[in-house]
Design a binder for this molecule. Sequence first.
Ligand code: GDP
Ligand code: MG
Length: 438
Amino acid sequence: TISNKLQNAFKNLRGLGKISESNVSDSLREVRLALLEADVNFKVARDFIERVKTKSLGQEVIESVHPGQQIIKIIHDELVELLGSTNAGLNLSGNPASIMMVGLHGSGKTTSSAKLAKLLTKQGRQPVLVAADVYRPAAMDQLETLGKQLGIPVFLKKGETDVLAIAREAFDFARANNRNTLIFDTAGRLQIDEPLVQELVRLRDLVKPQEILLVLDAATGQEAVNVATHFDQALNITGSILTKLDGDARGGAALSMKAVTGKPIKLAGTGEKLEDFEPFHPERMASRILGMGDVVSLVERAAEAVDEEEAKRLEEKMRKGEFNLEDFLDQLRQMKKLGSLESIVGLLPGGSDMLKGADLNKSEKEFKRMEGMICAMTFKERRQPVILNASRRIRIAKGSGVTVTELNNMLNRFNQMQQMMKKMGKLQKMMMKKGGMP
Ligand code: GDP
Ligand code: MG
């Protein structure tokens, strides 16, 4: 399936250490092949890959995730876009509203007509099914049976060969029976042919439907594009219904539809039962195709979080007791972006002790004072607080507008914090030796 193929392509992408023109091209070549094998139209696949490539090369690097994962996220987002971004609802503004179902033989028009009638009933509308396939008597029977099953009226005229006559009477029937939505189940052919198309055009011009929905079997493959283009050019469809998504369809039809016709997939058939029908959600379909919601949310979360590399470097320093005032300053500045000082310093080992006695409501002010004190130090002093003798302390206090006592308090607390970190580092090492958590 396309999912498996993409998973394979993603395996290589995940390991991608750096994004460069050439390695992105290599990895995306596999994605392109996966799309083509899934019967995605070749132009659609080419444009898709081009967009992903441009975005991949132009993106800002999020340090904490692999570049490959970022690209997978881009692929996901582009897939959603390709599938139409959001669910496109039905326009049922007419009174009565009418919907024309068109498509090839066996695509699922009759079944989908009944399914749609059921769905609309649930939404509080009063649909009537109109049997407008005059070529196959069995089609009328099929619709009648489905209507009975659902308790939804079906308008049919056995023996009538003029579709337009059926349509006119159907409107009278709807009015007489207080039905506000007509669903026309039209005839199909094994292949598109002119007489059929002409009949559909005449029916459209008479009915003036708000919706002309192309019913398309998801397994149609490359031919889907031709079918869709043809129907759209002849009838100016308003959208499509993708059926048999429960089967082992390769997904190509879904991916090409919107791109080729510019018309959204509005509904999806997901089984033979009448309740196996739902509004089409591009987001869900994309996740299904990719089969990997986790990577997407992972990248989303990571993009918002702190730089993991930096955090690792600091953790290492903390463990070795090398965490100095300069690191502290960096940390404070970086973390300030993420939340309140209180919540963040509290996360540092020993951080809550450090804040003890500080007025937490004035944490921002407190932060500024700490920042000021550290800034008033030379780089050497920040890296080696031990050299802070009395005269240096007086100079720093003056420079940052605090008293020496305040400075001493801050330094004492920082010192305690550093001791705590060292202890935690040793503890962690011991646990690692014992084979505990790394
Ligand atoms: P029509 O010729 O376009 O009217 O197609 P039908 O509505 O008669 O459907 C043709 C066949 O496809 C029937 O056997 C349906 O049960 C089946 N079918 C339609 N939609 C779906 C679907 O979403 N899933 C599955 N599994 N079968 C479907
Ligand atoms: Mg039919």
